[in-house]
Design a protein around this ligand. Structure first.
Ligand SMILES: Cc1ncc(COP(=O)(O)O)c(C=O)c1O
Length: 372
């Protein structure tokens, strides 16, 4: 039995009729850009998260980029981001001409370590981008408190955690802005790229709406330099279908994580942690193992996929070497980059597949540790 990291075809098969009907509806309408599906999906996401505004854009990266632009972040400004996340979280800061300032992560949640945050705030800091990594919420209360004290914007990178909760409230709805990604493998994934900015701030929503279409409200009358960055009707129609299943899929992810917890306990593997304030949605199920490469090779030989997110912390990627941090600057980010391994977890996994992955992981560990 070959087991992939995610199985988007299995998910499609489970909702095939609904999806095909939605796609056909768009094709027959002849409306492909900023039509009724985008408007309805924006309203549905706003209701789901309990926020006032939602603006569909072309990707999660653009959601972050347009939010920074809308807040006027630019050259000379600093934005605090975790040292361990997907590159886009910091990349967008550089794209607007500002400087990312890294902070180490909490080794249990993989999210930014709030104890180290205040020391990173300077007179140039404009915003903090906490990332709800792997589907686990960052510890938002102290972040929001510090941001308030220093007059900073909090932009939640909720690309990996749609449906997760922090103290009973949905991630993405807690900061000044939340940025969503609908990349296909995300908890709510389209069949292409897509993203969204969510907020309670009418000015931010209005500015992002302008920015996504060439900086204009009235066609051909630009008010600022913008982008062509829209969520398209086909993706919106698909995502509207999938949103109806999101909570059930996330519950299934949590159930599988619970099963893994039982099946993998006590094998010298560090399993994902769920903080008392958190409802984790396990976008990725990430374990820590020593001798990761050897474990991965063993799993591969058994037909079990695994993946490394992310092999480098951001202060060590090539474009950020000139920021001058160097190895040792963020020990927990570096340790996570060296030790973490994602194993298969997706809602459509069968009991057999779950058991096979768990016994494969146990087996791989025993073999690696005994040198066999
Ligand atoms: C943490 C994080 N931020 C931002 C992004 C960017 O989203 P997208 O791929 O939709 O541009 C991703 C997606 O991969 C992500 O995982």
């Amino acid at each position: 039995m070959k087991i992939p990291l995610v199985d988007l075809v299995a998910q499609y098969q489970s909702i095939r009729d609904e999806i095909e009907q939605a796609i056909q509806g768009v094709l027959e309408s002849g409306v492909f850009i900023l039509g009724p599906n985008v408007a309805a999906f924006e309203a549905e996401i706003a209701a789901y998260l309990g926020v006032r505004y939602a603006v569909g854009v072309a990707s999660g990266t653009d959601a972050l980029l347009l939010t920074l632009r809308a807040y006027g972040v630019g050259p000379g400004d600093e934005v605090i981001v975790p040292a361990y996340t997907f590159f886009a979280t910091a990349e967008v800061v550089s794209q607007v001409g500002a400087t990312p300032v890294f902070v180490d992560i909490d080794p249990r949640t993989y999210c930014l370590d709030v104890k180290q945050l205040e020391a990173k705030i300077s007179a140039r800091t404009k915003a903090i981008i906490p990332v709800h990594l792997y589907g686990h919420p960052a510890d938002m209360a102290p972040i929001l408190e510090l941001a308030k004290k220093h007059g900073l914007k909090v932009i939640e990178d909720n690309a990996q955690a749609l449906g997760a909760e922090y103290k009973g409230r949905k991630t993405g709805s807690l900061g000044d802005a939340g940025c969503l990604s609908f990349f296909p493998s995300k908890t709510l994934g389209g069949y292409g790229d897509g993203g969204m900015v969510v907020t309670n701030d009418p000015t931010l929503a209005e500015t992002v709406r302008k920015l996504r279409t060439h900086g204009w409200r009235t066609k051909y009358y630009p008010e600022m330099i913008g982008y062509n960055s829209r969520l398209d009707e086909l993706q919106a129609a698909i995502l509207r279908v999938k949103l109806r299943h999101l909570d059930a899929w996330n519950e299934r992810r949590r159930k599988i994580a619970e099963q893994y917890r039982t099946l993998l306990a006590g094998n010298g593997i560090e399993l994902p942690w769920e903080a008392p304030y958190a409802k984790h949605v396990y976008h990725l199920y990430v374990i820590r193992v020593r001798e990761r490469k050897a474990v991965q090779d063993r799993l591969k030989a058994m037909g079990i996929a695994s993946a490394v997110y992310y092999p480098l912390p951001l202060h060590l990627v090539e474009p950020y070497r000139d920021l001058g941090y160097g190895p040792g600057a963020f020990p927990e980010a570096e340790r996570a980059a060296a030790e973490t391994l994602a194993i298969p977890l997706y809602p459509e996994m069968t009991p057999d597949q779950i058991e096979t992955v768990a016994s494969g992981v146990r087996d791989a560990l025993v073999k690696v540790e005994s040198g066999r």
